[in-house]
Design a protein around this ligand. Structure first.
Ligand code: GLP
Length: 232
């Protein structure tokens, strides 16, 4: 695992955005895995800022997760999120995106696999919606959301109907990506990052499964890194 401790939140965001832009710049037909959530919003803003130098039209994107039961276009769905933050500002086609579904793993295989997978981390160590208890070889499937995750994402909902289930790329599926880039910012992630760095293959913190990946980069801002001591 490579850890990049940044001097500020904006440096962490620019670091991750540049990794995506450079990957697509050098390989225009890249397959990129995208995460949603508050952490990624400024990353997508930065990618849009850097986008004039790169052609995104040949890329293909896999979305990490989606709530179950929300109608297409629901303002709290991840599809709406990605339309707002990525598809519309970059003028991409929706046919360049795959969302978790029953034929998702097949589409993933046909694409040749994800070149670079962006990831956030939940306060309880979840990745995508692989909640504590998920297994290392899990595949894309319907998962039950924990009370903690539902509470953490409550302010993202425009109404009171918060789904209790989601479709998520599995840990085993994520581990097949050629490279993984996880971004954690803010003090609400400091405990999860401390736990991640001190544990291995621990189902209580599914993010720990990613540490066995040969190309896993963890990018931290000072707040997310505030409970670790790497002496670097
Ligand atoms: C959410 C999403 C994840 C995201 C994580 C952190 O529930 N399912 O893909 O990375 O939890 O979210 P946030 O960045 O809003 O803290």
């Amino acid at each position: 695992m490579r850890i990049i401790q940044c001097k500020s939140k904006s440096e962490a965001i620019e670091t991750v955005a540049s990794m995506v832009v450079e990957k697509i710049g050098s390989h225009p037909a890249s397959v990129i895995g995208l995460a949603t959530g508050r952490t990624m919003e400024p990353v997508y803003e930065e990618i849009v800022k850097q986008s004039p130098s790169v052609n995104f039209q040949k890329c293909f994107f896999f979305m990490l997760d989606e709530y179950v039961g929300l109608p297409d276009g629901h303002p709290s769905s991840f599809k709406h999120y990605i339309r707002t933050h990525v598809i519309h500002p970059l003028k991409l086609k929706e046919s360049q995106f795959a969302f978790p579904s029953s034929h998702y793993e097949e589409t993933l295989k046909e694409s040749g696999g994800v070149d670079l997978q962006l990831l956030g981390i939940g306060g309880n160590g979840h990745v995508g919606f692989n909640e504590p208890g998920s297994t290392k070889n899990s595949r894309t499937r319907v998962v039950q959301l924990t009370k903690e995750t539902i509470a953490a994402n409550k302010d993202q909902f425009v109404d009171q109907t918060i789904p209790t289930e989601a479709l998520s790329m599995g840990i085993g599926t994520i581990l097949e990506a050629k490279s993984l880039v996880m971004l954690a910012t803010g003090k609400s992630k400091a405990d999860a990052i401390k736990y991640l760095l001190n544990h291995h293959d621990d189902p209580e913190c599914p993010a720990t499964f990613l540490k066995s990946h040969p190309h896993f980069t963890l990018v931290l801002d000072p707040e997310a890194a505030s409970k670790i001591n790497l002496n670097i």
